[in-house]
Design a protein around this ligand. Structure first.
Ligand code: PLP
Length: 367
């Protein structure tokens, strides 16, 4: 293929080309075994090496402390919306959990948790998801079993650039769309989870990083495959894991390591997102990003064209023009409309520049 399509999709999303080439090379014959990873027993020593390598790479890249388990689970991010309360809401007798709701994904997680206990939304209800409610408006419950938030709201483009202070209450975060986009102090969290299909690989595997003292507290109704203690005791092999997705995850982690780890990636991500936000900010209102500047996501940049809520005809023209130039999946989520550029780790500076150039060209032509 001479010219690859540039994929700005929100997930599943672009993978590093080096990873795809490596996977292609090994597709039919992994490591001289004469079979594909897809055909390999999950109990074989070869697969064990793949799984353990992915685990240890992730430990190294995120500097995960010894007293945390790293697990590879199924059911996606949404599966974890149920697994979190099923495993953790019983940590304290009240069966109560605090949720920060800053977008679609934390809203869904809070709704799911209501099935298993009492949910306290920490701040006043928001009319739209364009900011993180002011800290002075939060009422955290000291007897909550945990505090939950979504570190990057993929649909709305709202990202936390700080770790909430919970005064000793266990902190849980959904990092599905920004894991490994920057370094993170894992020791501040009781649990972090992330679906792989944005920054870490392909769909099928969800990474769960959990502090060991939180294991063994699941409600009796918790399905065994979602029970963190069972998965941890079995090194994610209680049942057949998503073997191929774990293999791809390992290749992506190797790629992250080769380009210098989370700190090096953060530098690139700052550069990429500034390129796009600078154009939005300098466009005299032609491009409009509704998100408060303090919490604009580096991963997902949502914007409208022409006016605050977007001019449908102009936005269509923009998407068509982008597509003609080989840039796809820029359409905003159906619930918010407009445009969304997802700039995950695998999206390069060159890819981003291509989009930036097109945005400038479009601005000159239609302003
Ligand atoms: N959490 C976040 C932040 C997401 O962006 C998504 C999906 O895009 C999910 C959770 C749900 O993930 P899944 O589709 O794997 O269930």
């Amino acid at each position: 293929m001479d010219k690859r399509t540039v994929n700005f999709g929100a997930g599943p999303s672009k993978l590093p080309q080096a990873v795809l080439l490596e996977a292609q090379k090994e597709l039919l014959d992994y490591n001289g075994l004469g079979i594909s990873v897809m055909e390999m027993s999950h109990r074989s020593s070869d697969f064990m090496k793949i799984l353990n390598r992915a685990q240890s790479l992730l430990r190294k890249l995120l500097d995960i402390p010894e007293n945390y388990k790293v697990m590879f689970m199924q059911g996606g991010g949404s599966g974890q919306f149920s697994a979190v309360p099923l495993n953790l809401i019983g940590l304290k007798e009240d069966r109560c959990a605090d949720y920060l709701v800053t977008g679609t994904w934390s809203a869904k997680a809070a709704k799911e948790a209501e099935k298993y206990g009492k949910v306290n939304i920490v701040h006043p209800k928001q009319d739209s998801y364009t900011k993180i409610p002011d800290l002075s408006s939060w009422t955290l419950n000291p007897s909550a079993s945990y505090v939950y938030y979504c570190c990057n709201e993929t649909v709305h483009g709202v990202e936390f650039n700080f770790i909430p202070e919970t005064k000793g209450v266990v902190l849980v975060s959904d990092m599905s769309s920004n894991i490994l986009s920057r370094p993170v102090d894992v020791s501040k969290f009781g649990l972090i989870f992330a679906g792989a299909q944005k920054n870490m690989g392909c769909a099928g595997v969800t990474v769960v990083i959990v502090r060991e003292d939180l294991l063994g507290k699941a409600l009796k109704e918790c399905p065994v495959v979602l029970d963190y203690e069972v998965q941890a005791e079995n090194n994610s092999l209680y049942n057949t894991p998503p073997c191929f997705s774990i293999y791809i995850l390992g290749l992506v982690l190797e790629w992250v390591q080769n380009i210098g780890g989370a700190a090096a990636i953060e530098k690139l991500n700052k550069e990429k997102s500034s390129m796009i936000y600078d154009i939005i900010n300098g466009s005299s209102g032609f491009y409009v990003c509704p998100v408060d500047t303090k919490c604009r996501s580096r991963m997902n940049v949502p914007f409208h064209i022409g006016k605050k809520d977007g001019d449908d005809a102009l936005e269509k023209l923009f998407l068509d023009g982008a597509s003609k130039r080989g840039m796809i999946s820029l359409k905003g989520h159906r619930s918010v409309g407009g445009i969304r550029a997802s700039l995950y780790n695998a999206v390069t500076i060159e890819d981003t520049r291509m989009l930036a150039d097109f945005m400038m060209e479009f601005l000159k032509e239609h302003q």
